[in-house]
Design a protein around this ligand. Sequence first.
Ligand code: UT7
Length: 321
Amino acid sequence: MKTRIIGTGSCLPKTVMTNDDLSKYMDTSDEWISSRTGIRERHLAVEETTASMSIEAAKRAMENANVTAAEIDLIILGTVSGDFVTPACACEVQAAIGADRAVAFDINAACSGFMFALNIANAYIQAGLYRTALILGAETLSKIVDWEDRSTCVLFGDGAGAAVVRGDENCGMLSFDQGSDGAKGDVLACPGRANNNPLIKADQTPRYVHMDGQEVYKFAVTTVPASLQKTIEAAGLTPADIDYFALHQANIRIIQSVSKRLHVSDDKFPISLDHCGNISAASVPILLDEMNRKGLLKPGMRVALSGFGGGLTWASAVIEW
Ligand code: UT7
């Protein structure tokens, strides 16, 4: 039994913020952002929430998969920016789509969140516990980034992506690799909510995302090609056998470096970061949905996926479409 992606969906907020728009709020420029990252614009949530975008992406994925809510056994959603601590965003999705039979929960694996969700769903399907799962990555990063730190806030955007996966005898996931390095967690961190416990002295530390960009960059350009190489070999393939690489969309230079290290043409690396920026857990499923809706993905094609980021965490998979 393999875990097969049978439908995809995504949702981006209506409001678009270009690099030039950003330069009205801070000392930055289109030239700096686009030459260093490849990002030209991103969508930012104004009326949308993590849940509202997730629900829309879920509905589109279910329609694309031709699956009803009653058929969904499991909903797993990767996010670091859910609207509530509890209930989980996955439970909000469950209620909105009416998937009454499903078990629903969120996971926090930052930019690897969708990939970890895919692997958890795969494990349940392999174990024979569930047949059909809805997996999502969704973020409203605009509410957790520090808008006074131009070195991070220009990189991120908001959005949600979803996929329906189902056990299939013939094709689906061929191999998987995932890992974490908690000892390096401080290179990309977000302390989170303020604590108003009267027993604890008020802490004025800013509670937004902070990142050592160069350390994350070094981690990405070494770990991601190694993880992909391992996953591709485990599938009995070589990088040349892969039709497309759908990577987490953090920086065009990271993607170009991975393509160089694997000796694969960068034509095989579709991009969404130019119009989406980095949407953490939502990057991979949004890219996959764009590829699917453009008709790039044909039955039998092999696609390598990889997510990497905060934790530190990383995860790769090779799937047969
Ligand atoms: O999901 C995973 C998340 N993160 C990543 O993948 C991030 C990986 N890292 C990167 O992509 C890059 O490290 C960045 C794009 C974040 C930064 O690029 P960099 O080439 O490492 O730049 P830097 O941080 O060394 O900054 C170079 C200069 C500095 O000025 P000085 O000190 O040389 O005068 C910064 O103050 O660029 C300045 N700078 C900016 N200038 C204009 C930093 N941010 C900006 C900005 N606009 N937005």
